[in-house]
Design a protein around this ligand. Sequence first.
Ligand code: ADP
Ligand code: ADP
Ligand code: MG
Length: 482
Amino acid sequence: MSKRVLVCNRGEIAIRVAKAVKELGHTAVGFWTDNEPNAPHLEYCDIWIHLPGSDNTTTYLNMELILEKASEYEIDAIHPGYGFLSENTTFAKKLNEKGIVFIGPHAEAIEKMGDKAISKQVAKEAGVPVVPGSVGEVDSIEEAKKIAAEIKYPVLLKAVAGGGGKGMRVCNDDKELEKNFEPVKREAQSSFGNPGLLVEKFIVNPHHIEVQIIADKAGNVFHCFERECSVQRRHQKIIEEAPSPFIGEDQEVREKICQTAVQLAKQVGYDSAGTVEFIMGEDKSFYFLEMNTRIQVEHPITEEITRVDLVANMIKAAFGDSLDIKSQDQIQILGHAIEYRICAEDPVTLLPAPGEVVSFDYTFPQGVRFDHCIYPGFEVRPEFDPMIGKLIVVGYDRDVALRKSREALSNLYLDGIKTNKALHEIITTEENFIAGKYSTHYISEVNPVERVESLKSDDDLILKALSQELNYMRDVNEVLHY
Ligand code: ADP
Ligand code: ADP
Ligand code: MG
């Protein structure tokens, strides 16, 4: 039966979700706010609801207003996307009370897995290896120092409620731990509303490898293999690929990490799309990091290599329907996919750079999927995440995907705002990345940003030469007209 599904998000993910809602025969309902009256996701929605206001607390984070609108418009289910209320247990519970389906896992799974301290305990109970360190929260500097002495420096202070790479600080000795403890606690309180901290061994030269889970209410739990997300800045992913070049042809490790993720998902009765994140050392030993109980930014690369529609299956699971996939062996890896997060940021400082897109165009090779919310005139606003698009490239193998990536990036034109496109172009021609040899320290060690800087000054020189040329022609013109 056709349902009314409210897409409780904006930007590229709202478009992605609305597409799946409609494809399944449901009605897609979208929000618009005062600062985004022309939000491009509305084009994909059948019903539009106005959320008055232009800051997130009064709109996309305003649970009471969202619930009110949901009742008024007789909404059957809500898809939260990522960020905003996607991992908020209270929101999921409130929807349940009102008889509205939350498109995500059951509330208890969010509660258990959304907190980095509790989820570590659950993982330990399930026999899943966890990063050495405090199992629960640490309450004092003294306790943190005691744990650091046991696991040895460097350690990482981490907010239990953290996300998006925020609320984390590396400490190399007691002095740094003392200096960072209170500031990280305050940051955790102000960013996530929870001051709780963990102390973890900081793994050196690791790989961020995560496993995609898709599960239903009948107890079926499948994995869709792994993604490597080690190209990061400030602990935030910027390029992801599937399968992982570091695991490579080591099918034993691949099978082990995927089965471990399934085991953990089964432990909490997981019943939706979700991701189990691990940190993998140079010797390929791996430890549980956290579970994201929602659809993730980088889900498309998995969709491209497995052909499993994760968003559509997530919606089906929430309504208690059966998944498209009936058994694990139906899910195979076909080729290689890479995602480049296109962010409105300064390519050198890597800091958000809001502004208005003046022109936007592309001519892509075969095999490119561009999930984005960009149009000429689109305003990148400071209150939203600077990620405005995801360039997803799939190829027969990694070399082909890289070849297509270079072609796609050089034919993506975005004017009016600063983006990290040049950084991606440099990385895709950099030898370590091409060889698939990189850890989470890649950006700081290989320093592709430095090359963006020199490119930029080259560009400036060319621009200067061009404007001199133009001025000269103008002069000549004037002389001729005279
Ligand atoms: P993913 O985990 O999907 O790979 P990110 O970690 O970058 O991607 O997070 C996805 C989005 O959600 C980002 O826009 C990020 O800013 C936001 N986000 C993630 N977790 C939180 C959180 N706990 N609080 C606020 N924003 C978050
Ligand atoms: P978030 O919720 O912000 O995504 P994560 O716990 O997933 O937080 O960590 C984000 C990134 O920080 C990881 O991908 C990794 O690069 C780095 N990181 C986290 N924990 C560790 C650790 N114990 N050792 C080394 N790096 C880590
Ligand atoms: Mg994470």
